[in-house]
Structures are given as C-alpha cells and as structure tokens.
Write a protein that binds this ligand. Structure first.
Ligand SMILES: Cc1cc2nc3c(=O)[nH]c(=O)nc-3n(C[C@H](O)[C@H](O)[C@H](O)COP(=O)(O)OP(=O)(O)OC[C@H]3O[C@@H](n4cnc5c(N)ncnc54)[C@H](O)[C@@H]3O)c2cc1C
Length: 296
C-alpha cells in the first residue's frame, strides 16, 4: 500500500487533498496523494516505488502554467517545495527547484546582481521555469542559465550544461523529456545597480497590474503569439473578450488571459480554449497554439 510506503519513508504527504491552493487557476481538482520529498534520496525512493507499481505521477511546480483537466487525480503529485536552498558563489547563484523565481529575482537584485530582472513577475518555481524556459521583455532563462542538476529517468543525478538543453522560445530538452526532473539550477549573473533594477522592476510591475487580470485566478498567457501578430489582439478582434463557459472567462482586461471567475473546472477552461481556437481558425485561418500545459 502506498500509504504504508510513505509512512515507512517518513515522507511528508497529504491524501485526498484539494489542489485549489496549488494551481493559480484555483481549479478544485482532488488529488489522491500530494507528496513533499525532503531530499534527493527520498525523491528517488518515491519515484522508484511509483514506477515499479505503475502509479501515475506528476511533478508540480507552483502550478502557474498548468490546467488540471480532471476532477480527481488518481495518482501522486510531487512537489519539490523542500528543495529550496540558495547558494551564492561569486557571480553564480544556485537555487533549488522549489524556490520561487520571483523571490530569487528580487534576492539577486537586492544583492546587486543583474540578469534576473525579467523574471521578477513570473510566479513560477525555479525548476519548472528552467524547463519551460520562462521569459519576458525579450529575455529568458536560457540567457542566464549556466547548468542544472537533474534526476534522469534512470534516477541518476547528473549535471547538464546550458548547451545540452536545446533551448528555444519557451521550450527545452527538459520540457520535452518529462522524465527528467530539475533539482537545482545555477545562474550566471553580472554586477548591476540595485536601485536602477528595482525601479525597472517596479515600473514593469505597475504595467502588468494595469494590463493583466492579476486580481483574478489565471495562469498567464494562454496562447503563444502567432508569427507577426498577437494572440490577444486576434481574440479581442473576434469579440471574445468576456466570453464565459461555466465560470471560465476570456479576461475583459487582456484577451490572451482566461480567468476563473466562478468555480470553473479544468474542463471548462479547455472548452473555452477550444472555442477560441475554433473562432480564430474560422475568422483568420490562424491556429492558436497553447502556451499552458494540460495535465491529464
Ligand atoms: C500572472 C502570471 C504571469 C505570468 N507571466 C509569465 C511570463 O511573463 N513569462 C513566462 O514565461 N511565463 C509566465 N507565466 C507562466 C508561469 O508562471 C511560468 O511558465 C512558470 O515558469 C511556471 O512555473 P511553475 O512552477 O508554476 O510550473 P507548473 O505550472 O507547476 O509546471 C509547469 C511544467 O513544468 C514541469 N515541472 C515542474 N517542476 C519541474 C521540475 N522540477 N523539473 C522539471 N519539470 C518540472 C511540470 O511538470 C509542468 O509540465 C505567468 C503566469 C501567471 C499566473
């Protein structure tokens, strides 16, 4: 029994828990087990057990880029919140996979390091953000990442250099190869002026507050911008702002955001996405590609 296994390992876990507070859409999926390994060894043992027993699992970061599509997740969600160390060495900073990217960005700015300013508004964890190649303002993680420590599909700890990670726009080897798990990441930064960086971050924050529905549950941009255009502009032109399916609504503030206005499920969000894709295809013959990840 999985519970006996978790108990014997003394690993921290929750059973039949709502994931509402673990995804930024605030979708109320119930998860059979949510587990919080404390060490690499514990993580390895958990993965061995799950794989041997054919139990499905998912590595969940801050849940700020996922759509939980099911009412009940009959498996194990693994959270690396305890992988939260931060170590500075000269101009290098190594952060655990569970550490908040926003916090890391602000910490480095405070210490007078430049490079992470772009990430001060991205509410992800370091591990997922490295895999997703998160970015903003024409910069992304791949520009500052030196190397990552990963757990390979064979449960081996390995260091992978930036050049091995096949980085491209919001994409990487790690995103495509889901059995690799980021344990920590080392970023290479430059000396910078804290005060100037703080001003820049504050200015951008105010712009985001003015243009994005940050006061409502959402998971960032829904679609990638199609070549030469903006997904939000197309959706707005198609008169879909405010379109609502069971509480999932195209934001009236920014059309490339879907907000969970009133108890929407993952299925409602996906229905709305499909509706938008259909309309945009019919009206403009453009296929909008999803930026968010559907967890099935
Ligand atoms: C208000 C708002 C604004 C946003 N702005 C931006 C933006 O400007 N730029 C941008 O790029 N994104 C943005 N996002 C999206 C999101 O924050 C980023 O994609 C972020 O990097 C996702 O991190 P997460 O920890 O929430 O990942 P999750 O959503 O939890 O997971 C994303 C994927 O990463 C995988 N994953 C999780 N942990 C690991 C790990 N340790 N190793 C390997 N894979 C892992 C998951 O399995 C999943 O496939 C925004 C989101 C919101 C809500």
């Amino acid at each position: 029994m999985i519970k006996n296994f978790f108990d014997s390992l003394n690993v921290s876990y929750k059973e039949d828990i709502s994931l509402k507070n673990y995804n930024t859409y605030r979708v109320n999926t119930i998860c059979k087990f949510l587990v919080f390994p404390k060490t690499i060894e514990e993580l390895k043992l958990v993965l061995d057990y799950l794989r041997e027993n054919n139990i499905k699992y998912y590595i969940l970061g801050n849940g700020s880029n996922v759509i939980l599509s099911m009412d009940y997740y009959d498996g194990v969600m693994i959270k690396l919140d305890n992988f939260n160390s931060v170590i500075y060495k000269d101009n290098l900073v190594t952060a655990g996979a569970g550490y908040s990217l926003i916090k890391l960005s602000l910490d480095t700015i405070e210490k007078g390091f430049s490079g992470m300013e772009f990430s001060a508004g991205i509410p992800g964890a370091v591990g997922a953000s490295v895999a997703m190649n998160a970015g903003a303002y024409n910069s992304d993680i791949s520009e500052i990442l030196k190397e990552v420590t990963v757990l390979t599909p064979d449960n081996e700890v390995k260091i992978m250099k930036n050049s091995e990670l096949e980085y491209a726009y919001r994409s990487s080897f790690l995103k495509r190869n889901k059995k690799y798990i980021v344990l920590d990441a080392t970023f290479e930064l430059q000396k910078g002026n804290s005060e100037e960086m703080k001003e820049l971050v504050e200015e951008r924050k105010q712009k985001r507050i003015a243009s994005q529905p940050l006061d409502m549950p959402n998971a960032g941009s829904v679609f990638r911008n199609p070549e030469g255009g903006y997904a939000g502009a197309l959706i707005e032109e198609a008169n879909l702002k405010g379109y609502n399916i069971n509480g999932a609504e195209v934001s009236t503030k920014h059309a490339n955001f879907i907000v969970n206005k009133n108890g929407a499920t993952g299925k409602d969000i996906i229905s709305l996405i499909e509706k938008i894709q259909k309309e945009i295809k019919e009206k403009y013959n453009i296929e909008l590609k999803l930026e968010q990840i559907i967890v099935r």
